[in-house]
Design a protein around this ligand. Structure first.
Ligand code: AMP
Ligand code: MG
Length: 500
């Protein structure tokens, strides 16, 4: 194996190798002809304890293409199953990804490093194990934007071009992204072993999930049940964050939902512009299964699949576990609503809770839907109104006027807890709203523009510019303002693809 000591040191801990052999298959990346570095996330590398100060772009391109396997790498493909669009596939697994290994980061947290696009593995089925450049850039942009927006997510450590083409509908330039995750434990990982009735491995994976993500549960009486509840809560918080940003994951299959509660798998995902609850971007989601407003319901459905996989560990007689597991699943809508409402209260500058707040938020969303208001910009414009501007000057559609009157009446009843009545001045409220509601999101036409320039003209400048913008989503910088605008009708991109 072509390990070498380039000027890059990754302090692998590789707890993945302590998992049962059933969990993975050893496999090396397939070298590519001419790797070239597109981006390297130096701050993230530092957080992971990686020493890269002396690494040249060629060193980095070597390691992050898989041409150079770094010293101490585990290099394994992980097994998992999953429900895709409702249908169960008992074997999926890392078909185009290889786990380089895991490290302990500067905060003491285990983190996985994974190449994506490094060639065939024992889980590739009929696929080529490769990734096209476009989806690599999309994942890099979207995952780093989500992190900057405060959403739990996998990260992007590096992206390279391979110098080779991959064959999709047409030949496309190839790319490889290195993804960093709290772990790659997916609901589908648990389904894989439950389907094989391998309860020994399942038990080990429950322990692994708890150690990595929920250490407080180590002493729980019923660890499988406690894990289900903890995951239900974290994923509810996650989906609520997506809703609060207009984010549509697009492929919420059970293999694309993590136990850590991190967003994973940036395939056909996108942020909506004009608010419409039934928005779907994914070209393969014909039924709208994963539409914006369906995400909480699908979350509950996915968690039911996790519950099924864990039932055999919850009680000697799994029948006995059904009622407590169901009781947890039934709390999911209330958990999502709770986080959703907290998020939208903050977006609207509210610091107190009133009975009618959910109706107030829904009233805004309905009005936005009716006038096709841009989801992201509307909340920035409302901040200007909170600061005393007229709605028209703030750029709001006149159709929102009745709702704004309601909101202003609600604001008049606001008192910051513990402070003098009305201590939250309009200016402070507006500032809080501007700090909550981002100005820049990775708008689909901008992502597409960056991909087009890279794929068609080998020009990565638009990608790098967009990356800078979306990783600073609150920085009001005038020269970046064009990136805040929604797409003109001719620029709109309404279809996205998985990139498989
Ligand atoms: P995804 O659409 O990324 O959730 O992938 C679903 C499954 O298909 C996973 O098991 C992937 O590893 C596999 N897969 C996707 N694309 C490829 C490819 N080009 N080669 C091999 N396997 C792939
Ligand atoms: Mg996936």
């Amino acid at each position: 194996m072509h390990t070498t000591s380039v000027n890059l040191y990754i302090p692998f801990a590789n707890r993945c190798l302590a998992l049962p052999a059933t969990c993975h298959a050893r496999v090396l990346p397939t070298p590519v002809s001419a790797p070239r570095l597109i981006a390297f996330n130096a701050p993230l590398a530092a957080e992971l304890g990686i020493s890269a100060a002396d690494a040249s772009p060629a060193d980095l391109a070597g390691v992050f293409s898989g041409n150079t396997v770094p010293e101490g790498a585990a290099s394994v493909a992980l097994a998992y199953a999953g429900h895709q669009f409702g249908g169960f596939s008992p074997q999926l697994g890392d078909g185009r990804a290889i786990l380089m290994g895991d490290v302990v980061d500067l905060h003491g947290q285990a983190r996985d490093l994974q190449w994506k696009g490094t060639g065939r593995t024992p889980f590739s089925r009929s696929g080529d194990g490769r990734a096209a450049l476009g989806p690599v850039l999309r994942e890099y942009l979207l995952s780093e934007a989500m992190h900057a927006l405060g959403v739990p997510t996998t990260r992007a450590l590096a992206a390279v071009t391979t110098g080779e083409q991959v064959l999709r509908d047409s030949p496309l330039p190839g790319g490889i992204v290195t993804r960093v995750a709290g772990s790659h434990l997916r609901i589908g990982t648990f389904q894989y072993f439950a389907a094989r009735r391998d309860f020994t491995t399942l038990q080990v994976l429950v322990k692994e999930a708890i150690e990595r993500h929920y250490p407080a549960l180590a002493q729980a009486d019923n660890r499988a049940l406690a894990l289900l509840e903890a995951v239900a809560d974290r994923q509810s918080a996650l989906v609520a964050k997506w809703l609060g940003l207009g984010f549509i994951h697009g492929v919420m299959n059970t293999d694309n939902m993590t136990l850590s509660g991190e967003t994973i798998d940036y395939g056909p995902c996108a942020f909506m512009e004009a608010f419409a609850p039934d928005t779907v971007f994914s070209a393969i989601d014909n039924q709208g299964r994963y539409a914006y407003a369906e995400q909480p319901r699908i979350l509950q459905w996915n968690l039911a699949r996790l519950a099924e996989a864990l039932l055999p560990l919850m009680a000697e007689d799994p029948e006995q576990a059904i009622a407590p597991a169901m009781a947890i699943l039934e709390t999911v809508p209330a958990r999502v609503s709770h986080y959703w409402l907290a998020g939208f209260r903050a977006k609207l500058g509210l610091t107190t809770a009133e009975e009618g707040d959910a109706e107030l938020v829904n009233g805004l969303l309905q009005a936005m839907h009716a006038v096709e208001a841009d989801f992201t910009l509307t909340f920035r414009q409302l901040a200007a109104v909170a600061d005393g501007q007229t709605p028209e000057l703030a750029g709001l559609h006149p159709g929102l006027a009745p709702w704004i009157a309601e909101w202003q009446a609600r604001l008049a009843r606001e008192q910051e807890p513990g402070l003098e009545p009305n201590a939250r001045t309009p200016q402070r409220r507006a500032a809080a709203m501007l700090a909550t509601n981002p100005l820049f999101i990775p708008r689909n036409h901008r992502v597409e523009e960056a991909i087009r320039a890279a794929e068609d003209e080998d020009d990565f400048a638009p990608f790098l510019r967009l990356l800078e913008v979306v990783t600073n989503p609150w920085d009001y910088v005038t020269h970046r303002l064009p990136y805040a605008a929604s797409a003109l009708p001719a620029e709109r991109v309404t279809r996205t693809f998985c990139g498989t």
